[in-house]
Each structure stands twice: as C-alpha cells, then as structure tokens.
Ligand binder design. Structure first.
Ligand code: FAD
Length: 346
C-alpha cells in the first residue's frame, strides 16, 4: 500500500490532474493522485472490446497552442500518437455529408487514446479504484476519505495542499460542506456541463472491406439534433481486422435519454441515425455497447486557468473547464495549476 500522506493530493487522473501531478513530481514534491476508475485518462477513455478497442470519449486531438503541439509531437516521436487523418467530414442541416473544407492533422493513438495518460506519467504515486467521498480541513492541511471497494482498501489520505482535477459540478459536491468563500462556490457552481451518450459498435470481419471503402474517417454533426459525431474508430489502428464505429449523441439527445431504462435501444437509435447519414449496415453491429457521460463538455467554462480558494491550507480546482472544453485546455490548466502550487509551497 502506498504512503497515505503527501505534500499534495490530486483528485482525478485525467489530463489536468496528471499534467499537474507529473510537473510537481518532477520538481521533487511528494504527490498522490486519487482516481475512482480502474485506469488513467478520465474522458480520454478507451474501452477494450472483444479483442479490439474503441475511443468512446475523446475522438482525436487537434492542437492550437505551441506547448500542446510540442507535447503531441513528442508523443508521435515515442510512437504513442500518430496523425490519424487530416480531414473531417461534416453532416449539414439537411442530413447531407459535406466534404472537408480544411486540412490539418488530427492525432490519435493506434492503441487507444488512453495511452496518452500512461505515456505522460512516470513514477507517480497513483491510487486507482478509489473514489474520494469526503474532504475535511485539518490543522495542517486536508484529510480525504475514499470509498472502500472490493479491490482496493481505502485508508484516509492527508496532504498539505489539495488539487481538485475533476469536473466543476463534481467538485461542488465534495467542497460544499467546507467553509469556503461564497464567491468561490458561486464561481464553481456557474460551470455547467452538457451530457453525451456514446454508442460503441463492433461489426463482423466481413464488413472490413466495405468500411475501408468509405470516404470518411470522422464526421462532425454540429447542426444535427441527435448526433454530434460519427467516427470510424478502428481506422485509427495499424492493422484493423473488424470495423468499430463510435457514435456520439448531441447534448439534447443525451438530456432526453440519459435515464432511459433500455440503453441498448438508445444506442440502436443512434446507429439508425448514423446509418441514415452514411451506410445502412451501421444498424447491424455484432456487438453494441452504450456509455453515458454525465459530465461530457463544459458549456460555461471559466476564463481563468485555475480556481484557487482563500483557505488556510491551499486548495485549487483545475480541469478543462478552466479556460475551455477540450483536452488542450485541461493540459493548459493542469500546467498552470502546477505553477501556482509551486508558488504556494515555496
Ligand atoms: C464523448 C466525448 C468526446 C470528446 N471528444 C473530444 C475530442 O475529440 N477532443 C478533445 O480535445 N476533447 C474531447 N472531449 C473533451 C475532453 O475529454 C476533456 O476536455 C478532457 O479530457 C478533460 O480532462 P480533465 O482532466 O479536465 O477531466 P477528466 O478527464 O474528466 O478527468 C477527471 C478524472 O477525475 C476522476 N474523478 C471524478 N470524481 C472523482 C472522485 N470523487 N474521486 C476520485 N476520482 C474522481 C474521473 O474518474 C476522471 O478520471 C470529449 C469528451 C467526451 C465526453
């Protein structure tokens, strides 16, 4: 069992939490990362699927700033990422497929996007399968209580400084009980997230040549009421043998069907819509899985790169919602938060 006290506790092992943790670890701080899932990456998520895999969260990365571009290029150099495609098609308001209007590299990993999370972390103290369920201020810092699971014991974790690298609404649930400045909670509560539903569909090997003949690898659907993305996901792999598609819903569709009792039927509906825009056989998968993202995209992100509280012991929130709604903003926020933390501990 890893040490249960640290200089810094970071809740959440997505891009923001891991970027922050790795930078602090590199300059010698004792960091512990606590993650509720069994793997790293958060919404940079890859699902293993009958001998293949699918990215059911982040579809691809398209850098804007030079520092994120440099990170992606270093990951290309190490074989973690490659240019998946330079063109993305678009579904217009009439359900017609439009050819791409611009070319620029979109990066993805042949082994799944979560590979990035493993590639950017070395020698970190990470506790997987541990959901933080309560946080208490102590004389010298913070005490975190985690939920016990069948596979992980969960002793309390204490730290001098706390970084919350999770979506703002989840941070609110954990921080509301603390005596925090009203303005701080108000800022945190102002960040709303939209949900999404992903249908992950695996097709028979006999469909591989049909899939390879398709004119697109990814289709964005900004004007569609139900769909937001149709991805020929297995085309990211080096030697795919079976087609895998990932269809993502619009926020409106997800709001309508998030609590539907029959998720398979919801996934089927997404496939039917995607088939209407592409090829009929998309409605006939060998395997269909459905994933619900309650906190998929920040719709009202904050302008600042992190949200620091006025507390006796330092507390800061970070994530994509600090400055944007993409992996790149999570990266920028995590990096800026690490600098703030270093200043606090100097
Ligand atoms: C369907 C979908 C498609 C997307 N497509 C793209 C795309 O193509 N390109 C792009 O750039 N972005 C995309 N995004 C957005 C992108 O995923 C996020 O912007 C980014 O990954 C957020 O990183 P983060 O570190 O801020 O948060 P997260 O990745 O959400 O990480 C937070 C982590 O905290 C953990 N956690 C939460 N609560 C607790 C707790 N109580 N205790 C312990 N751990 C906890 C979670 O399990 C998670 O691992 C997509 C998102 C979704 C959902």
């Amino acid at each position: 069992m890893a040490d249960s006290s640290a200089d810094i506790a970071i809740v959440g092992a997505g891009m923001a939490g891991l970027t922050c943790a790795q930078r602090l670890h590199r300059v010698g701080h004792r960091v512990v990362v606590i993650e509720k899932s069994r793997g790293l990456g958060g919404r940079m998520a890859t699902r293993r699927l009958h001998g293949t895999h699918a990215d059911h969260g982040v579809c691809y990365l398209k850098p804007k700033d030079s520092s994120f571009k440099a990170l992606l290029e270093s990951l290309v150099g190490r074989g973690t990422l490659r240019t998946w495609t330079e063109t993305i098609h678009e579904l217009d308001g009439q359900g017609e497929l439009r050819a791409p209007t611009e070319r620029s590299p979109r990066y993805a990993s042949p082994t799944g996007i979560s590979a990035i999370a493993r590639a950017i972390t070395t020698d970190l103290n990470i506790r997987l399968n541990q959901r933080v369920i309560s946080i208490e201020a102590t004389k010298n810092g913070w005490r975190l209580r985690c939920e016990e699971t069948a596979i992980a014991q969960a002793p309390d974790i204490t730290a001098r400084l706390l970084v919350m690298a999770i979506p703002a609404p989840q941070a609110v649930m954990l921080l509301e009980g603390l005596e925090l400045d009203e303005r701080y909670l108000k800022a945190l509560k102002s960040v709303e997230f939209a949900p999404s539903i992903s249908a992950i569909a695996l097709y028979p090997q006999s469909r591989q040549s049909d899939a390879e003949a398709l004119p697109f690898q990814g289709i964005t659907c900004p004007l569609d009421s139900d769909l937001s993305w149709i991805g020929f996901d297995s085309s990211k792999q080096q030697h795919p043998v079976q087609p895998v598609f990932v269809i993502q819903s619009s926020a409106a569709f997800a709001h309508q069907f998030f609590e539907a009792p029959d998720l398979q039927a919801v996934g089927k509906q997404l496939l039917i819509q995607a088939a209407q825009a592409t090829v009929p056989w998309l409605t006939e998968p060998e395997v269909l899985q459905v994933h619900r993202w309650r906190y998929a995209f920040p719709v009202t992100p904050l302008a600042q790169p992190y949200l620091a509280a006025q507390t006796d012991s330092p507390l800061v929130c970070t994530g994509d919602w600090c400055g944007g709604n993409r992996v790149e903003s999570a990266f920028r926020s995590g990096a800026a938060t690490a600098e703030w933390v270093c200043d606090q501990l100097r």
